[in-house]
Design a protein around this ligand. Structure first.
Ligand code: ADE
Length: 238
């Protein structure tokens, strides 16, 4: 099931979309090796006494899937984590809170014209990707600097959501019951499902996917990404 290891924490792969989402890890870990592949830099690190492979994959589903698959093939990880920020759809979530994926769904997959439910990958039975339960439980028992940690449904698509998009996409909350929206987690989850690998997505809320989303996103990105480090640190310390 895991590619070559017995313990789910033996060699965790960690992806982030942007520098601000991975820089904290580099500052807090010992670097063992740095390897480049197709312009992506894979950092083999020791963090909390465990081997970790950290990589910035860039923004969006294709980059996330591409880098996830290469990480799996080249490093045989025991699990993959995605860490970074997300926009809140759930009104109970505050900026700075952390949402960990109970499950993930790709909100921009739409084969309804062919009779598939929205989010259902066409001609497959894949739609909702459940995170690994022990990783989820471990993340929920962490602390995030006075902020709440929620288990939620993370929606993924290749769109940055602001008020206009949300008004046109009421199904994100009403039909798909999404709690947060981002641009990579669901793609990594799909790759993990195909490879039979456990995963968890950890996202700090940077904005409310509303009229202030762009401003909040830019303002809070460097600050709130720290909370994700605290969660990963906690998981690795288990
Ligand atoms: N990541 C952080 N905020 C986001 C938003 N509003 N839409 C999509 N991805 C995001």
């Amino acid at each position: 099931m895991n590619a070559g290891t017995d313990n789910i924490l033996d060699r965790v792969g960690i992806l982030g979309a942007m520098d601000a989402e991975i820089s904290q890890f580099l500052e807090h870990a010992e670097t063992l090796e740095r390897t480049e592949w197709r312009g992506f830099v894979f950092h083999r690190l020791r963090l909390r006494g465990r081997e970790v492979i950290l990589v910035k994959c860039g923004v969006g589903k294709v980059f996330s899937a591409l880098v996830s698959q290469h990480l799996i093939d080249a490093y045989l990880p025991s699990a993959l984590l995605f860490t970074g920020v997300a926009g809140a759809l759930n009104p109970a979530y505050a900026i700075g809170d952390v949402v960990v994926s109970r499950d993930c769904l790709q909100h921009d997959v739409d084969g309804r014209a062919l009779g598939f439910a929205r989010g259902n990958l066409l001609y497959t039975d894949m739609k909702i990707f459940a995170a690994e339960s022990s990783l989820l439980a471990s993340a929920l028992s962490a602390r995030a600097d006075g902020h709440k940690i929620h288990a939620g449904r993370i929606l993924t698509g290749d769109q940055f959501m602001t008020r206009d998009e949300i008004n046109q996409h009421r199904y994100l909350r009403e039909e798909m019951q999404g709690d947060a929206v981002e641009m990579e987690g669901g793609a990594m989850a799909q790759v993990c499902a195909v490879n039979g690998l456990p995963f968890l997505v950890i996202r700090t809320i940077s904005d409310r996917a509303d009229g202030d989303a762009v401003h909040d996103f830019n303002r809070f990105l460097p600050v709130v990404a720290r909370n994700s480090l605290a969660i990963v640190d906690h998981i690795l310390s288990a």
